[in-house]
Design a protein around this ligand. Structure first.
Ligand code: CTP
Length: 401
């Protein structure tokens, strides 16, 4: 499953370092070419000889040791491998990665590496929950470092809590899934819309909605992970652009309409996760509207229904819509699916706890024109996004190897 993949395993100094032996062994058995870099601390917990034997490759520890080949070794390794996995990753290496400190071999490779990076944190639960560690993880996540675990349970310090390294089998599964997914949609072009449009009333005010953009951004990330050329047409949000995704920023429904229609012909898939305003103020005052003490009447005019237009225009494209509902979820969603001529509709009851606007999780139902329906349990938005992506890949006739 990992045949031909070159993986650098970075081992740092925590008690879970002994589990790195099983990770290296499992990666090797799945066909990967494994290299190991250890910090000095890690060598106190597990002998380099163990990892050298299991990986069948030299183990790097020191920055200035005699190179095994004639090149600048940390740069060479960073360029040679397809992925780096740091397991276990101590609070210390996460902090170094977050600020870009390169003071030993492993941290230097990590700073030079342009390939996907995975970390499996392992530390005492108080260190894990410390705001500094949480902030560092957030920074790494925003740079698309993939964070595996940690798990909860008994800790070597004698307490119970979060911070145990995920089991080696789970860590390895995460890499296998990544490499299997990463080729799935190569060559496909995907457009995702996200966020809530803003319709100006005057230079300081707008009509908006509660969409955070998280679901759409997660979908764009999931498609990118699967190798698709991914474009986000995004209404204003605070979210960072997922790694490798092209973002086109828009503000109003009309701007989104123009951007989407221009991109549409060359797309294979369009996912309309954005919350588009159905109406906009007829007038956008050039000066701030002053209060007058009486009621203010604002006339609203309809915006184009972008998804419905795409439904009429589509040729080869797989078209996916969302339905944010507060009542009669399935009936309203089925009606929307037919009216807008989509190939899949994601129905979302935004009044449910842990679902919809602003939430980190979502629970949705997927509806298909042939009557098929999948009710997903509550999951985090990236998991939902990956599930949707795999379903859409199925509609494109692409399945996982
Ligand atoms: N949508 C769109 N253009 C609009 C309104 C909605 O493209 N002007 C898209 C959304 O991106 C979403 C789907 O249509 O994928 C459904 O959006 P929703 O707001 O739930 O439905 P509406 O068609 O606006 O219906 P209603 O507001 O009456 O529920």
């Amino acid at each position: 499953m990992l045949h031909g993949r070159k993986i650098l395993v970075g081992v740092t100094g925590g008690i879970a370092a002994y589990k790195a032996a099983e990770i290296v062994s499992r990666l090797g058995k799945l066909g990967a070419e494994v290299h190991v870099a250890m910090t000095k601390g890690a060598t106190e917990f597990i002998a380099p000889l163990t990892l050298r034997t299991l990986s069948a490759n030299p183990v790097s520890v020191e920055m200035f040791e005699e190179p095994k080949r004639w090149n600048v070794e940390h740069i060479a390794l960073a360029e040679h491998v397809d992925a780096v996995l740091v397991a276990p990753a101590t609070a210390n290496i996460l902090a170094k990665m977050a600020v870009g400190i390169a003071d030993d071999f492993l941290s230097t490779v990590l700073l030079a590496a342009k390939v996907p990076i995975f970390v499996a944190p392992a530390m005492n639960h108080a260190m894990y929950h410390h705001p500094a560690t949480q902030k560092n993880l957030e920074i790494l996540r925003s740079r698309s470092v993939k964070i595996i675990g940690p798990a909860a349970g008994f800790q070597a310090c004698g307490t119970n809590g979060d911070g145990r390294m995920s089991e080696p089998v789970e860590v390895v599964e995460e890499l296998v899934r990544f490499f299997t997914d990463s080729a799935m949609l190569q060559g496909k072009k995907v457009l995702v819309t996200a966020g809530g449009t803003q319709e100006p009333l005057d230079p300081v005010r707008y009509l908006g909605n509660r969409s955070s953009g998280r679901m759409g951004y997660a979908i764009a990330q999931a498609f990118r992970e699967a190798g698709a050329e991914t474009t986000l047409v995004s209404a204003p949000t605070e979210l960072p652009v997922p790694y490798g995704v092209k973002r086109i920023s828009v503000m109003t429904a009309l701007e989104m309409h123009d951007a989407v229609l221009e991109e549409f012909p060359q797309m294979d898939v369009v996912v309309k996760a954005a919350a588009v305003a159905d109406y906009r103020p007829k007038e956008n005052a050039t000066q701030k509207i002053k209060k007058q003490g009486t009621s203010l009447w604002v006339e609203l005019v309809p915006n184009p229904d972008i998804l419905a237009e795409l439904g009429k225009m589509k040729t080869k494209q797989i078209l996916v819509g969302f339905a944010a509902e507060t009542e009669n979820l399935i009936n309203n969603a089925q009606d929307k699916m037919r009216r807008k001529n989509v190939d899949m509709l994601v129905a979302n009851d935004v009044t449910r706890q842990g679902s919809g606007f602003g939430s980190l999780t979502n629970s949705v139902s997927l509806l298909f024109p042939d009557g098929r329906r999948i009710d997903l349990p509550q999951m985090n938005k990236l998991e939902v996004a990956r599930y949707l992506r795999n379903e859409i890949a199925g509609l494109l006739g692409v399945t996982k190897e």
